[in-house]
Design a protein around this ligand. Structure first.
Ligand code: CTP
Ligand code: MG
Length: 203
């Protein structure tokens, strides 16, 4: 039982930077400056915006950087817990390890490098998942902010997990608790940021 709880906690800690990347753009302020949309205002063949005004360069860069910072902090604090040990076990089974280790490159032994790198992959993955979702929504004719159940809540996490897989081949059973947990957290966080006025819609 305690082993199971440990595994679940490891999984949650691991994915946490992806959540930060997904949530940070909402909290990064709503000023007019640096608010350029990633698609540069361009429209797709169907006459609708490629991504829309909800996807800004500031949100993307800020979200990725936030994820990197949080991931470095997690690894700095994780010394005492099973987490960093578990992480090393996964890394040694990864594709990146199998390529770099024989070359004598073991940058993951430096916690700061590892944190920056994992944070980058999780953050970038999360936000590219988010962009992919917006692209699909625009193709379906949904306006910015309109809801697309499940893709809105889960798209980012799948892409983050995909991005990080060559480095950390996470066990598939993580999905059993990560998917419901993500759904619940996403709904709670969005409701929360709607209530405190950070967001115009509660989803
Ligand atoms: N945001 C941003 N840049 C990003 C992602 C999000 O600036 N790359 C900000 C925007 O202010 C956005 C808010 O975070 O409105 C909420 O993000 P999200 O729900 O993903 O965007 P939506 O506005 O719902 O747009 P879409 O319909 O395209 O998902
Ligand atoms: Mg939204």
């Amino acid at each position: 039982m305690t082993e199971l709880i440990k595994l679940i906690i490891d999984g949650i800690i691991f994915i946490f930077p992806a959540f930060v990347a997904n949530a940070a753009p909402v909290f990064l302020g709503k000023g007019e400056r640096w608010n350029a949309p990633i698609d540069g205002g361009r429209v797709w063949k169907d006459g609708r915006r490629v991504l829309g005004n909800g996807k800004t360069i500031r949100g993307f860069v800020g979200g990725t950087l936030s994820s990197m910072i949080v991931c470095v902090l997690i690894l700095a604090l994780a010394n005492q817990f099973s987490y960093s040990l578990a992480l090393m076990g996964y890394i040694e089974q990864g594709l990146l390890y199998s390529i770099l280790h024989p070359l004598g490159i073991d940058f993951w032994t430096n916690k700061v490098f590892l944190g920056l790198f994992l944070g980058f992959l999780l953050g970038c993955g999360s936000l590219i998942g988010d962009l992919t979702g917006s692209f699909i929504k625009r193709r379906y004719g949904l306006q910015r902010g309109e809801s697309f159940p499940f893709m809105d809540q889960l798209g980012f996490i799948f892409m983050a997990l995909l991005f990080v897989f060559p480095v950390i081949p996470w066990p598939l059973y993580w999905l059993i608790f990560l998917v419901p947990l993500t759904l619940i957290l996403h709904i709670v966080l969005n409701l929360g940021s709607y209530i405190i006025g950070m967001q115009e819609v509660p989803f």
